[in-house]
Design a protein around this ligand. Structure first.
Ligand SMILES: [Zn+2]
Length: 340
């Protein structure tokens, strides 16, 4: 049912003008826990004008007629209008349920109030980075190479974006090798741009062949690790890409949500692995809002056929293009002029 509500759901998430009655006067009840700062979910509810907070099993659900935020006690997976985000820190019970300030500032706020994102300036250029190439094929299976699939989808996206009037820069247009630094350097030589790195996944050689689905990465905020590994000292250093933290997550939301929805509509459904945090070089170094999109697992026995299917590739490209158009609208919208 939900797939038919694509536009409505999308608008609700990224176009909502949620204006807290007295945002500047809110005094968050901050609690320290294991070196991180947390705020109560009940305050999050009030701040965003949500009207109810209910508990269902291990889930805590905050909602009003337009927005639903679903948290799980002790978990990092959070659904915001059914878009899956992997929080930097788990929801904890400190008397009452709390979430980390990092997740409030770096996920919830830019998603619910994209028009507040200062660094999301107008852009007319989209830099598409097809991952790998040349001597670096990326993941390989019996049907093709990741470098090849990345380039195919990138070229389809390029065509779509040109039709919508964007200027498109490709980090590569052939099967050539580029270092990550070269990609970053090229991207940073442009202005007024966003950056999309396209990849396909592999579960590696450890026999985890059942891993599948789509995931979208944005740069970890300062103090947050690369997904799946522990915190390092270097994670506390602010990177170039951190200046765009809020824009990064808004762009990721648009692209991730759009791809999950359009694939489902095309009956090419893949599991939703969520929007995650990572410290990939292209994300740390690029000065534009940036994401790294993983369009499925080449190592999965069924998903590899989907990835090889031109309809699947075209649907990914189309969904990214639609998302970029939506993202531009959502972030350009001025406070007070928001429409649903
Ligand atoms: Zn890759």
């Amino acid at each position: 049912m939900r797939i038919f509500n694509f536009r409505r759901s999308f608008f609700l998430l990224l176009f909502l003008a949620i204006l807290p009655a007295s945002a500047s006067k809110v005094r968050w009840k901050v609690k320290e826990y294991r070196n991180n700062k947390y705020v109560p979910l009940s305050q999050v509810k009030d701040f965003y004008g949500l009207t109810s907070m209910t508990k269902s099993g291990s889930y805590i659900i905050l909602r009003n007629s337009d927005v639903e935020l679903k948290f799980r006690a002790g978990g990092q997976e959070v659904l915001m209008n059914n878009v899956k985000f992997i929080f930097s820190h788990a929801v904890v019970s400190l008397g009452t349920y709390h979430i980390s300030i990092v997740d409030l500032k770096k996920v919830i706020d830019p998603v619910l109030r994209p028009f507040k994102i200062k660094e999301a300036k107008g852009f007319d250029t989209v830099i598409i980075d097809p991952g790998h190439g040349g001597q670096d094929a990326g993941a390989v299976n019996s049907l093709g190479t990741e470098a090849g699939y990345n380039l195919k989808v990138a070229k389809m996206l390029q065509e779509n974006l040109k039709k919508r009037g964007f200027k498109v820069i490709m980090t590569r247009t052939d099967d050539v090798f580029l270092t990550l630094q070269e990609r970053v350097k090229l991207a940073n030589s442009y202005k007024n741009a966003i950056f999309i790195s396209i990849h396909f996944n592999s579960a590696g050689s450890r026999g985890r062949s059942q891993a599948r689905g789509i995931e979208t990465f944005t740069l970890s905020p300062v103090g947050v690790a690369h997904y799946g590994r522990g915190l390092k000292d270097s994670d506390n250093i602010e990177r170039m890409g951190n200046a765009q933290d809020s824009a990064n997550i808004a762009l990721a939301t648009a692209v991730h949500w759009s791809s999950i929805q359009l694939l489902a509509r095309a009956k090419l459904e893949v599991p939703d692995r969520g929007i995650r945090r990572a410290r990939y070089s292209v994300l740390t170094g690029v000065k534009h809002p940036a994401i790294l999109f993983e369009g499925g697992f080449m190592s999965h026995p069924k998903e590899k056929y989907l990835i090889n299917n031109p309809t699947y590739q075209r649907t990914l490209a189309k969904s990214m293009c639609e998302a970029i158009v939506f993202y531009r609208k959502a972030t350009m919208q001025k406070v007070g002029t928001a429409k649903r």
